[in-house]
Design a protein around this ligand. Structure first.
Ligand code: FES
Length: 108
């Protein structure tokens, strides 16, 4: 199972096993990883599942398509960066084994 590491704003790392087909947001919630609120439950309607994708993983994870719901919702997220994604829009795959994500200071 692919391992995903979540790094909170203070630098604490939590590595958990993800299930292929689940989203990165669901994986965090199932494993009680703090720092992701996911208030809309994954409907791409709240931007409280915001994460930063560690640079070496950006090419595999990709960025939201221009004009997509995710790109538009990200404009509501706090402190976005060029590597910002909504974790409910990233599906866990075997290719993402070892993925590292960083959390913003807050989701509001
Ligand atoms: Fe609401 Fe991702 S959980 S946008």
């Amino acid at each position: 199972m692919p391992k995903i590491t979540y790094v909170d704003h203070a630098g604490t790392e939590r590595t958990v096993e993800g299930s292929v087909g689940a989203t990165v947001m669901e994986t965090a919630m199932r494993n009680n990883v703090p720092g992701i609120d996911a208030e809309c439950g994954g409907a791409c309607a709240c931007a409280t599942c915001h994460v930063y994708v560690d640079e070496p993983w950006l090419s595999k994870v990709g960025l939201p398509e221009e004009g997509s719901n995710e790109a538009s919702m990200l404009s509501f997220a706090a402190v976005t960066q060029p590597d910002s994604r909504l974790s409910c829009q990233i599906a866990v795959t075997e290719a993402l084994d070892g993925l590292i994500l960083r959390m913003p200071e807050g989701q509001h």
